[in-house]
Design a protein around this ligand. Sequence first.
Ligand code: ME8
Length: 483
Amino acid sequence: MEKFYITTPIYYVNDKPHIGHAYTTIIADVFARWHRLNNEKVFFLTGTDEHGGKIEKAANEKNKTPKELVDETSQKYKTTWEKLNISYDKFIRTTDKSHEETVKRFIKKVFEKGDIYKGEYEGFYCLPDERYITESELVGGKCPDCGRDVQKIKEEAYFFKLSKYKDQIINLINKGLILPEKNANEILNRLKGELKDLDISRKSVSWGIKFPLDESHSVYVWFDALLNYLSALNWPDGSEFKEFWPADIHLVGKEIVWFHSVIWPAMLMSADLPLPKNILAHGWWTVDGKKMSKSIGNVVDPIEIADKYSADAFRYFLLREKPTWEDGDFSEAALKERINGELMSNLSNLVARVLTLAEKFEGKIEGKPEIEDFIRKEEIIENFEKKDLYSALNLIFEGIRKINKYVNDKEPWKLEGKNLANVLYNSLEAIRIATIFLKPFMPSTAEKIEKKLGVNGQLLSDAFFREFSTKVERGENLFNKIN
Ligand code: ME8
């Protein structure tokens, strides 16, 4: 049995999740469900990044202790994922004792390798992004990534010999580590300049894991955070580590590809560990053209949207509205349009019309397969392999539109006997197969359709025309018009 290990970034807990976080987690969920559908052994990891100056500051501003804030906010993430039907296998928190132990153990290992030394850091720091910035990177004195103010810092620190791994990293990226390619080019360009060693300890941050070689320092939050991907598998002795490492996909937003494709592989190389197969980057959701961000304050709450329109409609919209690697603007008006124009008029109406007619049948509905090619199975599978969920979903809906047209053209409500049975047989089988492919994207809608069709727990291996002999039940509409 093949294995599949997918991770999301672990999210900062300075504030509750917004739809950007929901987007990443939903994409990861679609992949996880897809691989389970294909009968693979899946480990889907998500969680929260709970240390560092940014969290400390947010707690102060909210008049809370960091511990109170991280407990409260990580719970909000869990509640949101439950609402959105996220099927993660593990939720990791960087304040978990076992994670902290892993970080210390890893740092000792890298130190023994000769890759950590003590020095002095002088430069700038962007607190919202939790990243070091050199003088030459500053844009008008501000952070080059987010345009916000930076702090000038000069302090004693421990360094990781990142520069030592530069050639190996370039090689790895050239071999296809980063998807899509445009994100790889960006990183390769950046690597044309000098790659400096990385400051991995902070004297001035107290809310963090104590640096194991010198307890007056804490571990730099990114060095701590990246290790979640190993500690979640109970590295080095855990059976999960043996079974699932290396990661098949580290899914990330495009702004943190650098950390995952340069720093993280270098850390793993230093510890002599196998490297992840792919860093998959996606684009951003914007509101009025600006990246949605907790620190900017222009956020949309995923729970509100799911409560108002259903988790599945929201999941569908996020994956269908824009190619995953592009940016796109979020609006409720566009979401409503997709619900009314596609989920209601196409999917829901199709299922309702066909099942209303099929309900009258008891037992087997006989027919000859004639629309097997409507759901282009091989191409959908190929798109999943290329990690192009957007095109996969488009193909599924193209198939659904074709089934609709078939029903319209055949006018089964005017037919009877064998002719009626044949049209129903074809429509039902095509709907059943479309539903299998819909399962990763819209799990509860797919489950409802399966129930109406009298089947359950279908796998990818069931996606072919066969006998139709279950009793169907029209039941309620899957989606209704939204005004
Ligand atoms: O970066 N559109 O955490 P974070 C799409 N803790 N996706 C978005 C988004 C948007 N507008 N805004 C955020 C961190 N995201 C670190 C990660 S991993 C070892 C440590 C998503 O809370 C996207 O996946 O700032 C992005 O990479 C992630 O949330 C950043 O979350």
